[in-house]
Design a protein around this ligand. Structure first.
Ligand code: CP3
Length: 343
């Protein structure tokens, strides 16, 4: 098998770790900005299979990453369930809110998401036919808790306060929303796999705000249900879970959910993650995104440190979170060259 990402996910320790980057298709690239301008706005780009294929391929052409991630967004699922969704330039997403049983009742069923999402599956099919033979295609979805935080608040929130409040004041609605999202996510990821995604990743960007029992109930349990269902429907397709800022929750996450790989952000050190997380399976991460802005010797020494800390087990090199628009594209090359310097 030539695909280094799949070999690593199967547990092989390769002399050179495979690398890709969260948000690798994005505003730091001039070619992305040009295609996005052609599409008009961000959502039009997501739903245009030709242009979404093009922006997915741009970072592969420029850098030769070992994996391509489907260009889409975690908030397409709420939209496919019937929520209104729009993006305010410079501010972020806005959605119609779910604050009680009446809002929940207006949403569609999990099996009804495919009509809206059909163009996304077309992008996956395009990519499956267009990628170089050595490049792995990753599909993705948001985890139920993270997607719910946006649906409940109607926007991004620094502390996920509205979602925590609904959990405390109307747990039945909160849990019914998480159940619906869990089922819809199984449908969505399953369809991505059928269209040609070779790996899928579950982004739980706000898992870190789930404290105490809530982490087990609303980060671990939904991930376990989604991964369990996908393993039945698509045995052999590896799954990466990303419970961002999971802290001690990262420990045992492989076993608790069945994930093949656990991605770690940069709130933990690579040395800690190698000792406590990589012992249980493949890891991914965890260079701080700011090094893509600042570069230089600090970038080089951090890449070496992280690479070496994770060298004793299977590891996929990545950032701890997405690359930011102000990043310098040359620093991405420096990261890749440093990772591969001994190859
Ligand atoms: O990684 C990739 O290159 C694949 C595409 C991808 C996007 N979003 C494209 C995008 C992926 C995997 C995501 C995931 C996503 N989307 C997450 C989870 C990961 C994370 O970052 O924590 C979240 C929370 C979202 C929701 C979202 N989408 C927000 C809050 C925003 C606005 C903030 C911002 O960065 O502008 C987006 C917009 C978005 N999604 C952009 C891109 C390239 C920027 C939109 C633009 O071009 O204007």
């Amino acid at each position: 098998m030539t695909k280094t990402l799949l070999r690593t996910l199967a547990g092989e320790i390769l002399p050179t770790q495979p690398i890709w980057m969260m948000r690798q298709a994005g505003r730091y690239l001039p070619e992305y900005r040009a295609t996005r301008a052609e599409a008009g706005d961000f959502l039009s780009l997501c739903y245009n299979p030709d242009l979404a294929t093009e922006v997915t391929l741009q970072p592969i052409r420029r850098y030769g990453f070992d994996a391509a991630i489907l260009f889409a967004d975690i908030l397409l699922i709420p939209q496919a369930l019937g929520a209104d969704l729009w993006f305010v330039t410079g501010e972020g997403p806005r959605l119609s809110t779910v604050t009680g049983p009446a809002d929940l009742a207006k949403l569609r069923g999990a099996a009804d998401v495919h009509e809206t999402l059909a163009p996304i599956y077309q992008t996956v099919r395009n990519l499956a036919g267009a990628l170089p033979a050595e490049t792995t295609l990753i599909g993705f979805a948001g985890a139920p808790w993270t997607v719910a935080t946006y649906m409940i608040a109607g926007r991004g929130t620094p502390d996920q306060g509205p979602a925590h409040a609904l959990k405390d004041t109307d747990r039945a609605t909160f849990e019914a929303l998480l159940d619906l999202l869990t089922e819809a996510t199984i449908e969505y990821l399953s369809a991505q796999i059928e269209a040609g995604a070779e790996v899928v990743k579950l982004f739980d960007s706000w898992a870190g705000s789930l404290r105490g029992d809530d982490f087990a109930r609303y980060a671990v349990a939904p991930a376990k249900r989604i991964i369990g269902a996908l393993k039945v429907r698509h045995p052999g397709v590896p799954i990466i879970a990303f419970p961002r800022e999971g802290g001690d929750g990262y420990i045992g996450f492989h076993a608790a959910t069945g994930a093949d790989c656990v991605a770690v952000d940069d709130s933990v050190t690579a040395e800690w993650a190698a000792e406590h997380v990589q012992v249980s399976g493949c890891t991914q991460g965890n260079l701080a995104s700011r090094h893509m802005v600042t570069g230089g010797d600090a970038l080089v020494s951090e890449v070496r440190r992280i690479r070496d800390a994770f060298a004793k087990g299977p590891h996929i090199f990545n950032l701890g979170h997405g690359i930011t628009p102000e990043a310098n594209p040359d620093n991405v090359s420096l990261m890749i060259d440093t990772l591969r310097e001994n190859a």
